[in-house]
Design a protein around this ligand. Structure first.
Ligand code: GLV
Length: 329
């Protein structure tokens, strides 16, 4: 029987599914330290990860490893060039999380704009003395301009939600989306700087790559309206969190909603001390249904990628399909 590592706690029934095909080493505790990950992968044929860093050194120390299935759509924790060089298949879990993640991005944007968590903290603190005409004035969502940076599947799901709120949608992306998609979403392309100047609410949904590091820093924040909000449901590092904390403190933008952070699970202390930011612990895809679907899809990828189970040849979500069928090197 082939051996796999399940590197993180996941739903027990998914581990049971995997046990029907593999000898499973399951880390049902905190994320493994890098040296422990290397040690546990040394004799494994496959692994199911969730954000664990897999680079050339890890692959070199795991000579049998042929498939690593990430339980996430983002895979910036994988060095794909190293996977290609070693002929190791990498897979992710796209699509099943699009709608839940878009729902959450919407909620975060609304919570930031309408000051929901800030006012709740104040109420719980016992500070509410009665209704006031100017209590926690926020900025409107309906009728405003939504600026989406990253018009992939989740960005498009956000654009569809904008229709129900009578919003104008502008977007920025590495490349323009097909004209029929632009037309269907009523979304207009803008260069990044123009989008930042025009949008009332900016939402980030682009993948993390080294080029996307600090896509939003001090210079970009300075372009935004003072009444604008910024929501990040993409990855930590896409925003310069230190610069954002300053912009929020100085009210250079109205508010922010952040689900991801540079150096997670650490959060920049400047963000923890400003009131006008909603902070959540990387849970945008975390509905019960969606997280189960992601775990099962990661398992499907591992089962198929290692050549067992009903879809023995073609895993559903190969990131680097060019290595399929090649011997491990
Ligand atoms: C979560 O962050 C994911 O990439 O799926």
């Amino acid at each position: 029987m082939q051996k796999i590592l399940v590197a993180r706690p996941i739903f027990p029934e998914v581990v049971e599914r995997l046990k029907a095909h593999f000898e499973v080493d399951w880390n049902d505790g905190p994320a493994l330290a890098p040296d422990e990950l290397v040690r546990r992968l040394a004799d494994k044929d496959g692994a199911l990860t969730a954000g664990d860093m897999i680079d050339a050194a890890v692959l070199a120390a795991a000579p049998r490893l042929r498939v690593v299935a990430n339980m996430a759509v983002g895979y910036n924790n994988f060095d794909i060039a190293a996977f290609n060089a070693a002929n190791v298949l990498a897979t992710n879990t796209p699509d099943v999380l699009n709608e839940s993640t878009a729902d959450f991005g919407w909620a975060l944007m609304m919570a930031a704009a309408r000051r929901i968590t800030e006012s709740e903290r104040w109420l719980r603190d016992g500070q509410w003395q009665g209704w006031r005409h100017d209590g926690f004035l926020g900025v409107d969502i309906h009728g405003s301009t939504l600026g989406i940076i990253g018009m992939g599947r989740i960005g498009q799901a956000l654009a569809r939600r904008a229709r129900g709120f009578d919003m104008r949608v502008i977007y920025h992306n590495r490349s323009r989306v097909a004209p029929d998609v632009e037309a269907e979403l009523a979304a207009q392309y803008r260069p990044k700087a123009d989008l930042l100047r025009e949008a009332d609410h900016v939402v980030l949904v682009l993948p993390y790559t080294p080029e996307n590091r600090h896509t939003i820093g001090a210079a970009e924040l300075a372009l935004m309206k003072r009444t604008a909000t910024l929501t990040n449901i993409a990855r930590g590092g896409i925003v310069d969190d230190a610069a954002l904390a300053v912009a929020l403190r100085e009210r250079r933008i109205a508010a922010a909603g952040l689900d991801v952070f540079e150096g997670e699970p650490g959060v920049h202390p400047g963000l923890l001390s400003v009131p006008n930011v909603v902070l959540t612990p990387h849970i945008a895809s975390a509905s019960e249904t969606t997280r189960r679907a992601m775990a099962n899809l990661a398992a499907d990828n591992l089962i198929a990628g290692l050549g067992v189970g009903p879809h023995a040849t073609q895993p559903p979500n190969p990131i680097n399909p060019q290595v399929l069928g090649k011997a491990r090197s």
